[in-house]
Design a protein around this ligand. Structure first.
Ligand code: IPD
Ligand code: CA
Length: 293
């Protein structure tokens, strides 16, 4: 059984900010960007480019919204750094970094499937899962406007109403969310891991936007969640919403969450899921030599 890593200490904030003010700004940025996506959807969305593989798409909207977020952050917080999915890193001097995903769930956006969001978070420390201290975040579901926010130590809300994780009786009655990467070999192994899990849980959901999955977990609409290969912008806001709603966020083998693995859920059952994922080699890609031990 794996111990859950301790939470990091809260660093001192620059004099001009508070967690509350950062949370309000994250919400304003994400909802403004989300309104832009809703209002400017073209009749036919096309792939402008691909990234890690031929099935990892970028649309013109991903790029336009990232530009919009970057220009709003530069205007409001010129000394902060920016890490975004679709552009170069911007260095800062304040110690804070905005971690943004202009569209999380790009494949859903491309196909017109509801389930894509703008995700905006601000972190202190290195902008890497497991090493950062997430201060505030907002996930704005674009098609229906649901908006989750969280501030460190302030709790999490959906549309202003506090949310809390579920407390399912057992792993066997837990609904588990997950996702797959864009690399065919990795995805094939992820499907094999799923076959090791599915008999131990109520059912599996693959909804297509990690940030929304994490917020659904925060409000009890999913009981557990795990995914290998998530990038900082996929989880920066959503995992803060989940942890502020009472979830544990961890990796495997006693490590904090990171690109190898993110496991999220209520404290009791997350340990059981971690044990199953470790047995299944879920932090590798199927080759015994990539297995993290
Ligand atoms: C993806 C989504 C998806 C998850 C992938 C992510 P993107 O983000 O969050 O649910 O399974 O791992 O890459 O590419 O749509 O921003
Ligand atoms: Ca994205």
């Amino acid at each position: 059984m794996t111990a859950i890593p301790p939470l990091p200490d809260i660093p001192p904030l620059p004099d001009d900010v508070s967690v509350t003010s950062l949370r309000k700004l994250a919400e304003r940025l994400a909802t403004t960007a989300g309104a832009y996506v809703r209002e400017h959807r073209p009749e036919h969305v096309v792939v402008a480019d691909t990234k890690s593989s031929e099935v990892d798409p970028v649309t013109a909207m991903d790029r336009a919204v990232e530009e919009l977020l970057r220009s709003m952050i530069a205007a409001e917080r010129p000394d902060d750094a920016i890490l975004g999915e679709e552009g170069d890193d911007v260095a800062g001097t304040s110690g804070l970094t905005w971690v943004v995903d202009p569209i999380d769930g790009t494949v859903n956006y491309l196909y017109g499937v509801a389930g894509f969001a703008v995700s905006v978070a601000v972190v202190a420390g290195p902008p890497r899962p497991g090493e950062w201290t997430q201060l505030a975040g907002c996930v704005h579901s674009v098609p229906d406007g649901r908006t989750w926010t969280a501030g460190l130590g302030e709790g999490a809300t959906r549309d202003g109403v506090p949310v809390r994780v579920s407390t399912p009786a057992s792993l066997a009655t837990s609904l588990v969310g997950t996702g797959f990467g864009y690399d065919a070999r990795r995805r094939t192994h992820q499907a094999q891991v799923l076959t090791r899990l599915i008999g131990h849980v109520r059912d599996i959901r693959r909804l297509g936007a990690a940030s929304i999955d994490l917020c659904l977990l925060a409000e009890g609409a999913l009981d557990l969640y795990y995914e290998r290969g998530l990038n900082p912008w996929d989880v920066a806001a959503g995992s803060l919403v989940a942890s502020e709603a009472g979830a544990v966020v961890t990796g495997l083998h006693g490590r904090p969450e990171g690109i190898d693995m993110t496991v999220v859920g209520g404290p009791g059952l997350v340990r059981e899921l971690v044990a199953l994922l470790e047995e299944a080699g879920a932090d590798g890609d199927g080759d015994p030599s990539d297995r993290v031990v």
